[in-house]
Design a protein around this ligand. Structure first.
Ligand code: UD1
Ligand code: CA
Length: 465
């Protein structure tokens, strides 16, 4: 059986991160997530992740989906693989792919092609390489007359070796039995005092085993991130690829400034994404919609002909022909049905809003089930929290809610019910009834004049005469 060991235990000192480096995100997915996705794309599901520095972050992310092996002390990439020995021995008949958790672009295709190459050459080890214009920071591939000779780390390399542009991706296919034997031969005799996995190449050749390099035509697949600058570069590369993919699918960008789209996002043709818009997670956007400017959308399903303008929306569904914004917050677990209009300064949370309902301005709808064609007056508040628990409001079809209505949950407005402006509704209102809660208006004639006189007539004697 073929299997994978992913190295994610290192400190990542150069990042100055408080979380393990492979947990840093490229677009909206941790680098480790990219690597796992590529393995699964190549139909490799037996995966062991080596954790170490702040292992709890990696464990939390993996959530028991994959095996882990803990590296208590970070003594190098070779030492990291040694920690997975138990995992390797369980199925030592096939091949093992070793990947770095900080090189997110290694893709399924390259992994599969390298495996074919590895098997057809009957190699003990195959290292994936590429030619980089700037090889700084990577291990250099040294080739002799009979092919691959060794990998030398930049810190250990001579000037002539540093001039080599073919570099080690940090991804290798090993025959599992060979890997187990080679790990036993590693030592710490190098500039960093670490067990280098790269030394397995020289060791294999010394044993007379076959080892060679599979050179990727696309240098991007090997890019890794050791510094914040590298990470920014990876983000720029990934972002551009995602935008190009959507353009090929007919998505319209007038200008791409500030637009960041996660790699799992799906967008229909003829939808326009406007500047300053960030779309993350498993979001799906239908065709012919306009999203932006300045929207932040996470894990939402959005229909066709939708307009979102200055909207933040999370874990919610927005159906077709809905118009939202500007300055609207749609919080998790909301369902906005066809043809709804939501205007400025509105917050919706954990609520269903029925077809063609209008919530035009300055309104909070939380924990509520709202019917069709309801009209919310400006400043309506569903008072869903009594300081102890959250409760629901139910608003029937065709209700007309007057401005500044408070609906004290739990409460129900029947079908077609009206509330007068300023009403605080504390009990259920039957179908087609009007709820009005008002004190009589008192008008005190001339009341303000007494106070205003000195302002209005400063030169007089205050109006006494
Ligand atoms: C490594 C390779 C280098 C290659 C480069 C590709 C070695 C010695 N060098 O260098 O040839 O060009 O990757 O990106 O292998 N890790 C552990 N435990 C450790 C040390 C590292 O789990 O004790 C993990 C890190 O979290 C990281 C990966 O291994 O995900 C690579 O480690 P890193 O220190 O970044 O190696 P590089 O210096 O980049
Ligand atoms: Ca690295």
């Amino acid at each position: 059986m073929n299997q994978v060991v992913i190295l994610a235990g290192g400190h990542g000192n150069r990042m100055k991160a408080v979380i393990p480096k492979p947990m840093l995100e490229v677009l909206d997915v941790p680098m480790l997530g990219w690597v796992i996705r590529s393995c699964e794309g190549a139909e490799l599901s037996r995966i062991c992740v080596v954790t170490g520095y702040k292992a709890q972050y990696v464990e939390m992310y993996l959530n028991d989906r994959y095996r882990t092996a803990f590296q208590a002390e970070q003594l190098g990439t070779g030492h990291a693989v040694m920690q997975a020995e138990k995992f390797l021995r369980e199925f030592d008949n096939g091949n093992t792919l070793v990947l770095c958790g900080d090189a997110p672009f290694m893709d399924s295709e390259t992994i599969s092609q390298a495996l074919k190459f590895h098997e057809s050459h009957e190699n003990a080890v195959t290292v994936i390489t590429a030619e980089l214009d700037d090889p700084t920071g990577y291990g250099r591939i040294l080739r002799g007359e009979s092919g691959l000779a060794a990998i030398v780390e930049e810190k250990d390399a001579t000037e002539a070796q540093r001039a080599v542009h073919e570099v080690n991706s940090g991804a290798y296919w090993f025959r599992t039995k060979a890997l187990l034997e080679l790990l036993g031969g590693l030592s710490q005799s190098n500039a960093q005092g670490e067990y280098y996995l790269t030394d397995t190449i020289g060791l294999a050749l010394e044993k007379g085993w076959k080892a060679s390099a599979f050179r990727s035509e696309n240098p991007e697949v090997i890019l890794g991130a050791n510094t914040r600058k590298d990470l920014l570069y990876l983000n720029a590369v990934a972002r551009q690829h995602v935008l190009e993919k959507h353009m090929e699918n007919g998505v319209n960008f007038v200008c791409t400034d500030g637009i960041i789209i996660g790699s799992d996002v799906e967008i229909g043709a003829e939808t326009t994404i406007l500047p300053g818009t960030i779309v993350k997670g498993k979001t799906k956007i239908g065709a012919k919609s306009t999203i932006g400017p300045n929207c932040l959308i996470e894990n939402c399903t959005i229909g066709e002909h939708v307009t979102l303008n200055y909207v933040q929306a999370y874990e919610s569904e927005i159906e077709d022909a809905v118009k939202v914004g500007p300055f609207v917050h749609i919080r998790p677990n909301s369902h906005i049905k066809n043809g709804v209009k939501i205007g400025d300064f509105v917050e919706i949370k954990n609520s269903t809003i029925g077809e063609q309902t209008a919530i035009a301005h300055l309104t909070y709808v939380g924990d509520s089930d709202v019917g069709k064609k309801v009209n919310f007056g400006c400043g309506t508040v569903t008072v869903n929290y009594d300081g102890m628990k959250k409760q629901r409001c139910e608003i029937g079809d065709n209700c007309f809610i007057g401005c500044n209505t408070n609906l004290i949950a739990p409460v129900k407005l029947g079908k077609g019910a009206y509330t007068a402006a300023g009403t605080t509704v504390t009990k259920d209102v039957p179908d087609y009834a009007l709820a009005v809660e008002r004190a009589d208006l008192k008008v005190k004639e001339g009341y303000s004049l007494k106070k205003l006189r000195s302002k209005l007539f400063p030169d007089s004697d205050g109006g006494k005469n």
